[in-house]
Design a protein around this ligand. Structure first.
Ligand SMILES: [Zn+2]
Length: 140
């Protein structure tokens, strides 16, 4: 949470990582650069909200994605989940979140920081556009 709070009011997004052969995350990666405006038109198809709020939506840079995947290979880690923060909305798995979710094999953690002092955290997965909220156990 500390890194997400540090980035606030900027949006945080990234991956949860696990060791080979394991599904429990032991680390995470937060992308540094947000290239959201490189797909501005794509986001704006989701409505006026995306025209008004230039920080709605996110996109990592190609360079950082390549570097991230090289590091994964070197550290023998794999991606088990994705996450991003919501600055103004509760921790819902929105239509755009579902549409842009990278893989049905991964779960998706949404962290709402609209009340920075007490963030709302929810975990989702989806198969064939059917969203399911998962039980979340937080340790440390
Ligand atoms: Zn979202």
């Amino acid at each position: 949470m500390d890194k997400i709070k540090q980035k606030y009011p900027k949006k945080s997004f990234g991956y949860f990582l696990a060791n080979e052969g394991c599904d429990n995350p032991m680390d995470f990666y937060i992308f540094d650069k947000d290239m959201r405006n490189d797909m501005k038109e794509e986001f704006e198809k989701y409505g006026e909200y995306y025209k008004i709020h230039e920080d709605a939506g996110f996109l990592a840079s190609d360079e950082e994605v390549v570097k991230f995947h090289k590091d994964l290979l070197n550290k023998r880690l794999h991606v088990v989940g994705v996450f991003h923060s919501h600055q103004r909305h509760p921790a819902i798995f929105s239509t755009v979140d579902i549409d842009l979710h990278p893989s049905e094999e991964l779960w998706h953690l949404i962290i709402s920081v609209r009340t920075l002092g007490s963030p709302q955290i929810k975990l989702f997965c989806h198969k064939n556009k059917v969203v399911q909220e998962l039980h979340l156990i937080l340790e440390d």
